[in-house]
Design a protein around this ligand. Structure first.
Ligand code: CUA
Length: 329
């Protein structure tokens, strides 16, 4: 029996060691969080092995012989044992608490040269605002998070409706988005690439679809991206409109021309078919004005009139007219 146990244990250990349990670690904070995770996991594995081992031994050693219908002999407490099994967990739990607290303080440490990005959650989309990047008199706002590598970012997170939660698994840090307050978290991305932005708080029917992307670029590419956003915002036009649509509207609306398939809001191939520019513009800036049948008021963010510049709005309307074969222009 011992041999079988050892063989099974060895096989499981090999499997356990070779499975990549955690997502790629793509931020400074990921290393800190992973250390805490593994230290706690190893402590739990050891505690579980000791408890399970002693239990299995006791079941085997002290089992009743066949036919024995007696009650077990009465046992009183054992002060020594009780002290030991109170002390060990107390020390473990206090140790883990202190260690985690130090790790959290480390992860949330913000250097003075950090960048601030505001994250706004609505059912069911993310908006990212860069308060220090001015685009045609407004702070740059996108539906996709774009960051330069190796620069600490302080996220200021809020919600316009219910509670959501901002999470990029590869960065590990996770923070709730709550209406009326600003929560914060810190990330220093250390890997180039595209990572999912996930809502990790059940927030309604579209919760599972409430996703965006975090794109980490080199500093040079990031600056080029910022210039491109400025240029697009200046020029407007249908090409920019299409880009805006995929970034800010595509996570909720289906539009064949843009290749989006979300079903949170009305399918625009149907809803905008043959509609004119005025209707489209009104639907964007004042979504409560006319509600498509079968859909609820207050789901679509009502602040696009504020976050989009005039050329952006014009470009979006122009693109939607083109894409849905709109009528009177
Ligand atoms: Cu937003 Cu789940």
């Amino acid at each position: 029996m011992t041999l079988v146990g050892v063989a099974v244990g060895a096989a499981l250990a090999i499997v356990a060691v070779f499975i990549p349990w955690l997502p790629d670690a793509a931020s400074d904070q990921a290393g800190i969080v992973d250390s805490v995770y593994w230290v706690v996991t190893i402590i739990c594995v050891v505690v579980f092995a000791v408890v399970a081992g002693v239990s299995a031994y006791a079941v085997y050693k002290f089992r009743a012989p066949p036919g024995d219908m007696d009650d077990g002999s009465p046992i009183h407490g054992h002060t020594g044992l009780e002290i030991v099994w109170t002390l060990i967990p107390t020390v473990l739990v206090l140790g883990i608490a202190i260690y985690s607290g130090v790790a959290l303080a480390q992860a949330e440490d913000v250097p003075s040269d950090h960048r601030t990005i505001q994250v706004t959650a609505v059912q069911f989309a993310w908006t990212f605002t860069y308060p220090d990047i001015d685009v045609e008199g407004k702070p740059l706002t996108t539906g996709e998070l774009v960051l330069p590598i190796d620069q600490t970012v302080r996220f200021e997170i809020t919600s316009n409706d219910v509670i959501h939660s901002f999470w990029v698994p590869e960065w590990r840090m996770k923070q709730d988005a709550v209406q009326g307050i600003t929560t914060r978290t810190t990330v220093k991305p250390t890997k180039l690439g595209t990572f999912p932005v996930i809502c990790t708080e059940l927030c309604g029917l579209g919760h599972a679809l409430m996703r965006s992307q975090a794109v980490v670029l080199s500093e040079e590419d990031f600056n080029a991206w910022v210039e491109e956003q400025k240029r697009l915002a200046r020029e407007g036009g249908a090409i920019q409109g299409r880009e805006l649509f995929t970034q800010q509207c595509g996570s909720c609306h289906t539009l064949a021309g843009a290749g989006t398939q979300a079903e949170v809001g009305p399918n625009l191939d149907d809803a905008l078919q043959g509609q004119n520019a005025d209707f489209i513009r009104e639907s964007i800036v004042d979504p409560s004005a006319q509600i498509a049948s079968g859909y609820q008021d207050g789901v679509m963010p009502a602040n696009f009139g504020e976050t989009l510049t005039q050329p952006q709005l014009d470009g979006l309307v122009e693109y939607l007219l083109e894409a849905t074969g709109g009528g009177a222009r």
